[in-house]
Write a protein that binds this ligand. Structure first.
Ligand SMILES: *[C@@H]1O[C@H](CO)[C@@H](O)[C@H](O)[C@H]1NC(C)=O
Ligand SMILES: *[C@@H]1O[C@H](CO)[C@@H](O)[C@H](O)[C@H]1NC(C)=O
Ligand SMILES: *[C@@H]1O[C@H](CO)[C@@H](O)[C@H](O)[C@H]1NC(C)=O
Ligand SMILES: *[C@@H]1O[C@H](CO)[C@@H](O)[C@H](O)[C@H]1NC(C)=O
Ligand SMILES: *[C@@H]1O[C@H](CO)[C@@H](O)[C@H](O)[C@H]1NC(C)=O
Ligand SMILES: *[C@@H]1O[C@H](CO)[C@@H](O)[C@H](O)[C@H]1NC(C)=O
Ligand SMILES: *[C@@H]1O[C@H](CO)[C@@H](O)[C@H](O)[C@H]1NC(C)=O
Length: 269
């Protein structure tokens, strides 16, 4: 199934109809609430530790509290990452420094240029506040998160702050054969009011051919998912935005995914 960019809104309508009878992927309302709170907190510059903690709290039980964890790295899988094979490498990212990399971008930068091997960038739970670029010379990368409500890459550029909608993406993928599994991409720039100019805020721009997303979340308001160019596959994903929130010239297939159009009235700003 491939569709030209010009029929995108029709495509979305069809898609909504086509998937209406399949089981939807629905985020925990608490998670979405936290994201909204988060976007408010973030844009009013209070940022760091409070929010990741909140996110953790939303899916750990109360008795499983910080106090009971002796060392922040105790939960970490032993002997991880496993050694390279002749077809795959694994790079490990943990924001608390429990393995080699603390940022996603630093792991991407460490991938050999034009490697024919697949490199899995394993990203532990947490919110990674960074703008990430996967450049053309880094094909065959997989981002493996720990669940779309547990691992997220988050930034807050807008069309105004980044010299155009196309550059506002929290994550921008230019490489071929990119895969993401069980991770969220978010743009938490302030939610535009109707009529605002320059407030487009992309969560991810996918500009490489043959990208695939399994179990991923895409969170933003205006212009969340920039399905820029190439052939892309989305399976069991959750895509949220307020206006034009999937756009671009990509020829993509969205399967068993849930699109959620947030109403202005339901979001505080
Ligand atoms: C992004 O958030 C930071 C920290 O709150 C803030 O200083 C910056 O102005 C925000 N950028 C945009 C484009 O809103
Ligand atoms: C890759 O490794 C496997 C064993 O782990 C070996 O059987 C295979 O021949 C190797 N392939 C290449 C191309 O080296
Ligand atoms: C990652 O850490 C392991 C030890 O845990 C080390 O052997 C390996 O060389 C490191 N890899 C990179 C790319 O830094
Ligand atoms: C990849 O190529 C870029 C630009 O050509 C260079 O700056 C970078 O150091 C290279 N990275 C690696 C890991 O070889
Ligand atoms: C890696 O990327 C190249 C170029 O896009 C592609 O030809 C090759 O099949 C890819 N390898 C793997 C393991 O996906
Ligand atoms: C994604 O997470 C779900 C549960 O959260 C799990 O069942 C599934 O195996 C995971 N898939 C991948 C590819 O990580
Ligand atoms: C973007 O910039 C334009 C021109 O400077 C300004 O009029 C507009 O209010 C800005 N938009 C936002 C959302 O800040």
């Amino acid at each position: 199934m491939s569709l030209p960019g010009t029929s995108f809104s029709i495509f979305i309508a069809l898609l909504a109809a086509a998937t209406a009878c399949t089981h939807f992927m629905t985020p925990n309302p608490l998670f979405v609430r936290n994201l909204i709170d988060f976007s408010l907190t973030f844009s009013s510059s209070v940022i760091p530790s409070t929010i990741p903690y909140k996110l953790e709290r939303s899916h750990h039980n109360h008795h499983h509290d910080k106090k009971t964890i002796q060392n922040i790295c105790d939960d970490f899988p032993p002997d991880f990452p496993p050694p390279d094979t002749n077809t795959t490498s694994i790079l490990c990212v943990d924001r608390n420094g429990c393995c080699n990399f603390t940022t996603v971008q630093s792991a991407v930068d460490a991938v050999r240029n034009f490697s024919a091997k697949r490199t899995t960038v394993w990203i532990n739970s947490g919110i990674y506040f960074e703008k990430v670029i996967v450049p053309k010379m880094k094909p065959n990368i997989t981002f493996q998160g720990q669940g779309y409500a547990s691992t997220a890459i988050v930034w807050n550029d807008t069309a105004n702050s980044s010299h155009g909608t196309f550059y506002s993406g929290s994550v921008q993928v230019f490489a071929t054969n990119f895969i993401a599994k069980n991770i969220s991409f978010m743009n938490v720039a302030p939610i535009p009011r109707p009529g605002d100019v320059g407030a487009q805020a992309v969560a991810i721009r996918v500009a490489g051919d043959q990208a695939a997303f399994w179990g991923c979340g895409f969170f933003g308001a205006q212009d969340t998912l920039h399905d820029d160019r190439g052939r892309h596959y989305f399976k069991d994903c959750y895509i949220q935005g307020s206006i034009d929130f999937i756009f671009g010239n990509g020829k993509s297939f969205y399967e068993d995914s849930r699109l959620y159009a947030s109403e202005f009235s339901s979001l505080k700003y």
